[in-house]
Design a protein around this ligand. Sequence first.
Ligand code: URA
Length: 196
Amino acid sequence: MSSAYEELRAECLQCAACPLSAQRKQVVFGAGPAPCDLMVIGEAPGADEDEQGEPFVGRAGQLLTKMLSAVNINRDTDAYIANICKCRPPNNRPPEKTEMSACMHWLKSQIKLVRPKIIVLAGSTAMRGMLGDNLRGITKERGKWVTCEGVDALIIFHPSYLLRYPSSEAGSPKWQTWQDLKAVKSALEYKKLEKC
Ligand code: URA
């Protein structure tokens, strides 16, 4: 980890720019190697993440870890994981627009330091937070490749949504996400080849 990364993290841990800071137990800055070819962006910490200070460690996080691993992506070594908001919204409500904009500069700085080749936008809040409101619903947009902060990015379902639809039959949201993650893995391999 570079000193620029550590400085950014230390600064973020002190952030009090929006009201979510008053209720948090911990700032959930992000986790994983930096730089890293793959960055996953979620919504905001939940209760488990707030408790542990790490992103995606609750049930949704465990599913994300499992699905990444199914396509040979090791969550700890091959992915940098962060959220649109660094502090937990009360009762796990989606973050408000003002909270998202107060927090966005941290994520943009993280993207600059992590220098991902591929970004995965997990769920509607990540999609809208990074790409704007001019999009259809997540069920229409998932599976679409876009450009996010100048980086190739894929929109996928949020793992919490997948927890509500446990079927993995062909065509199900879980199956679709598996196709998406396979596409992410191929794109990462292709980017590696391009470098040779
Ligand atoms: N959901 C998210 O979007 N992020 C987390 O870190 C945990 C759950």
